[in-house]
Design a protein around this ligand. Structure first.
Ligand code: PRP
Length: 212
C-alpha cells in the first residue's frame, strides 16, 4: 500500500484529481464526511488529508511515502525528502511587500515581519542586508500598517490581500507551486509504485501543456 499525504483544502482536491486521472482513484474520498483516511486496496493506495504545512513532516518521517507540499514549505523547513515533480498548480510567489510609497533606507536595519523566517533570512543574507526579524503566525499584512515592521515577506497569489490593506509588492523572492515529494527510504523500497504515480501525473501535465 502506498501512503499518500494530501494537503487538506481546495489545492488538495485539485491534486487528488491528478492522482485519480493517473489511475490511482479512491472513490470513497469524495464522500462528504469528516474522515481523514481513505483507501483503495485495488489500486494499492491510501490517501490522508493533513494540514498543508504538515505534509512534509509526514513524508520526511515515513508516515507517508509520498505527498504534495508547497515549495514555500519545502524552502522554509528544508525537510530531508526527494522533490519529484513540479505539479504546476497552487501557483503563487513569495514576495516582499510594503505600504505604498515605502522607500528602503539602507543605513537602517530593516524590520521584516513574516511567517517564513528561514526564507526571509536566506533572502536578505543573499543581499547582505541587515534585518530585524519579527516572527508572526498570521495576518502578517497588519504589521507594517501598525508600525510593527517596515516590510513583510509573505505569499501573494491574486494580490487582493495586499491591495485591500494598501500594501504593494516591492520584490519577488521566489515563485511557488505545489510539488510531489517522496520519503527517501520509500523511494528506494516502493520505487516502482512511486515512479508509476509520478510518471502518470507528469504525462498529464505534458498533455495539458501541449493543449492551447
Ligand atoms: C495567504 C497569504 C496572504 C494571502 C495572499 O494566506 O498569507 O494573506 O494568502 O493571497 P492573495 O494574494 O490571493 O490575496 P492564506 O489564505 O494561505 O492563509 P494564512 O493566513 O493562514 O497564511
Amino acid at each position: 500500500m502506498l501512503n499518500i499525504a494530501l494537503p487538506k483544502g481546495r489545492l488538495g482536491e485539485r491534486v487528488y484529481a491528478m492522482f485519480e486521472k493517473a489511475g490511482f482513484e479512491c472513490p470513497s474520498i469524495k464522500e462528504n464526511n469528516r474522515k481523514l483516511i481513505f483507501e483503495n486496496p485495488e489500486c494499492g493506495v491510501r490517501y490522508f488529508w493533513v494540514k498543508p504545512s504538515d505534509v512534509a513532516i509526514y513524508v520526511e518521517r515515513g508516515a507517508a511515502d509520498i505527498g504534495v507540499a508547497g515549495k514555500d514549505i519545502l524552502l522554509e523547513y528544508e525537510p530531508d525528502i526527494y522533490e519529484l515533480l513540479d505539479l504546476k498548480t497552487g501557483i503563487c510567489r513569495m514576495a516582499v511587500a510594503a505600504p505604498k510609497g515605502f522607500r528602503d533606507d539602507p543605513r537602517r536595519t530593516l524590520k521584516v515581519a513574516t511567517k517564513f523566517t528561514n526564507i526571509a533570512q536566506n533572502y536578505y543574507a543573499s543581499l547582505g542586508r541587515e534585518i530585524d526579524m519579527i516572527h508572526l503566525n498570521g495576518s502578517i499584512e497588519i504589521a507594517p500598517i501598525l508600525g510593527l515592521s517596515d516590510v513583510i515577506v509573505d505569499i501573494v497569489e491574486t494580490g487582493t490581500t495586499l491591495r485591500e490593506n494598501d500594501l504593494e509588492v516591492i520584490e519577488t523572492v521566489v515563485p511557488i507551486s505545489a510539488r510531489l515529494i517522496a520519503n527517501r527510504a520509500s523511494y528506494k523500497f516502493k520505487n516502482e509504485q512511486i515512479i508509476r504515480v509520478a510518471e502518470g501525473i507528469a504525462a498529464q501535465l505534458q498533455t495539458e501543456e501541449q493543449q492551447p
